[in-house]
Design a protein around this ligand. Structure first.
Ligand SMILES: Nc1ncnc2c1ncn2[C@@H]1O[C@H](COP(=O)(O)OP(=O)(O)O)[C@@H](O)[C@H]1O
Ligand SMILES: O=C(CO)[C@@H](O)[C@H](O)COP(=O)(O)O
Length: 480
């Protein structure tokens, strides 16, 4: 029997880089690797490249792999000069220094016009607001910008051998940059319905025109890994890759609890939400992926482990010892400011403290409920655009917490499906690579042999009480 053809999927996310290598025909996991990224909201992209190579080496490399694709954290501003070098470290999606630039851009065109033209209303996360910040605060850097890429576009370019002059086999050919529709739709200068960049909006943000990555079709090879025949797919933004990896269909929604908290739903129609709560992104297949994204998710629980001096397993045990609603203790989880709602200057707050709820268990419960209530607000925002998800799939690092899995249906008031813990962004990228390799019009149907657990929403009165108490507390916080 001949050896299976292999494909690789890569997730260059906020906290780490993960690689999965799978059988192209069946999707069976063959091997994997990972490497950490440093903390911080700006980063030299070279560090992503080093982490990607370390993760690939751990997964025994690409020598026997026929196709690869990269999913990545969305929106990060990778600004390149004409020699292919970054003009400054990349500003990430969770860097809020561009909050004023976002407010200015809204004031200039109006929220409704931005939503009509791009599906987005400017907030600090989107690439365009970071370019406006650059133009205003570092004009000498802005003047040098010859091309703007996103994390996954730039990494795909490096993998194909392009890069800074003198430091890459194929040199700084900026015209070779390529991306996909899902990630382009998070820039603030792309129309996800017409599938075209809006150069006027780019100029409005940056102050001048620049090379933008070509938007490839979802099943198109954009080149090969340098020095090999391994095809490179167009890749995708991480949320679109996760939806594709999970095989989400219309009516399905995903709640991803990584650094960001994301509630997303596959939709045949584009979202144009002038409130800005829902980002009207494109998906990785040709339709749309409206989503609500918070700056606060898994790291709220990381913080709670530090408050209580425990690990995640113990935090979960503690949270499950306290009753639903934590006897009135509410955590407003805006530890990093917030994006949904758009409160970049907000801080977190603990409300409702009494002697009787001042236990470790109550605090752990409040942390889990507060983080999930932030996502429930995102779900409400999706509903307000007319989407009515019937099933929620819970993924991301914090879905590994038993307490999160059990409390989620209580907070959302919906049944929650928890697929086996895995790397769904990397899986989606691998599935895209298999699609590119097949040359077929439709993506491969990989059987998901993993176990999916269902957590039932059984206590509507608890849901109502938790959400009402959170709604009372949510507006009360101090700015930074
Ligand atoms: N058992 C667990 N319980 C709660 N949080 C966890 C657990 N395991 C990992 N995490 C958290 O999940 C986060 C990483 O999740 P991940 O989805 O990989 O994030 P990202 O994609 O943003 O890099 C980290 O903040 C980590 O501490
Ligand atoms: O900004 C968004 C989506 O709009 C985030 O979802 C980023 O794409 C980062 O994702 P993670 O690294 O937290 O998974």
């Amino acid at each position: 029997m001949s050896a299976p053809r292999l494909v690789a999927g890569i997730d260059s996310s906020t906290q780490s880089c993960k690689v999965v290598i799978r059988d192209a025909a069946t999707g069976r996991l063959v091997r994997q690797g990972r490497a950490l990224h440093p903390d911080g909201t700006e980063i030299d992209p070279e560090i992503w490249w080093l982490a990607l190579r370390e993760a690939l080496a751990q997964a025994d490399g690409l020598d026997d792999v026929a196709a690869v694709a990269i999913g990545g954290q969305q929106h990060g501003m990778v600004a390149l000069d004409h020699r292919g070098a970054v003009v400054r470290p990349a500003l990430l999606w969770n860097d809020t220094r561009s909050a004023q630039a976002a407010a200015d851009l809204v004031a200039e065109l109006g929220a409704a016009e931005w939503a009509r033209a791009t599906g987005l209303v400017p907030v600090a996360s989107y690439t365009g607001t970071k370019l406006r910040w650059l133009a205003e605060h570092e004009p000498e850097h802005a003047a040098r910008v010859a091309a703007v890429a996103l994390p996954h576009d730039w990494l795909s370019w490096r993998l194909r051998g392009y890069g800074p002059a003198g430091e890459s086999p194929l040199g700084p050919d900026l015209s070779a940059l390529a991306t996909d529709r899902s990630d382009a739709s998070g820039t603030l200068y792309f129309d996800p319905v017409g599938n075209e960049y809006d150069r006027d909006l780019l100029v409005r943000c940056l102050g001048h025109d620049a090379v933008l990555p070509r938007v490839a079709a979802p099943n198109e090879a954009i080149g090969t890994v340098v020095g090999s025949g391994c095809l490179v797919g167009p890749g995708a933004g991480d949320n679109a890759a996760a939806a594709f990896g999970l095989g989400l269909e219309q009516g399905d929604a995903a709640v991803s609890l990584g650094t960001s908290g994301v509630v997303s739903a596959v939709s045949a129609t584009a979202a144009h939400d002038a409130t800005g709560l829902v980002s009207g992104f494109a998906d990785a297949t040709g339709v749309f992926l409206p989503l609500a994204c918070t700056l606060n998710a898994a790291r709220v629980l990381d913080a709670a482990t530090r408050w209580l001096g425990v690990d995640h397993v113990r935090l979960s045990e503690l949270a499950l010892q306290a009753p639903p609603g934590a006897d009135g203790l509410v955590l407003v989880p805006y530890l990093e400011g917030e994006r949904t709602p758009n409160l970049p200057e907000a801080t977190g707050a603990l409300h409702g403290l009494r002697l009787s709820n001042s236990s470790q268990a109550h605090l752990a419960r409040a942390a889990v409920e507060g983080m999930l209530c932030g996502q429930a607000d995102g779900l409400e925002a999706l509903r307000a655009t007319g989407l009515e998800p019937v099933r929620l799939h819970l993924i991301g690092g914090a879905a590994r917490s038993e307490a999160v899995r059990r409390v989620a249906p209580e907070v959302f008031g919906l049944d929650v499906l928890v697929p086996e813990p895995g790397e769904y962004v990397a899986d989606g990228a691998a599935r895209q690579a298999a699609w590119v390799l097949s040359g077929a019009a439709e993506p491969p149907l990989w059987s998901t042999s993993g176990r999916t657990e269902t957590y039932l929403a059984q206590h509507p009165e608890a849901t109502k009480a938790i959400r009402q108490r959170y709604a009372d507390a949510r507006e009360r916080y101090l700015d930074r």
